[in-house]
Design a protein around this ligand. Sequence first.
Ligand SMILES: [Zn+2]
Length: 79
Amino acid sequence: MAYISYKKIDEVGRVVLPKDIRKEMDLHINDMLKIDIDNGKIIITKADKSCIFCGKTSSLKSYLGKTVCESCIKELNNS
Ligand SMILES: [Zn+2]
């Protein structure tokens, strides 16, 4: 489904994603978005979960409520 929506940028640079788009894209509070520029367009993509320390997207675990990979958990436990 195609959505066209016009939004103003506020004084600190924020833009609200319309509710219909958030619903369609299954976006929720605290989801991570990746923002790129491509040929004069701003591309917003739902980011995969990744380790908060190294950015790795595999072997992820929840550690004290944060997404962390197994090797960073090992490193944390050894320090
Ligand atoms: Zn990691």
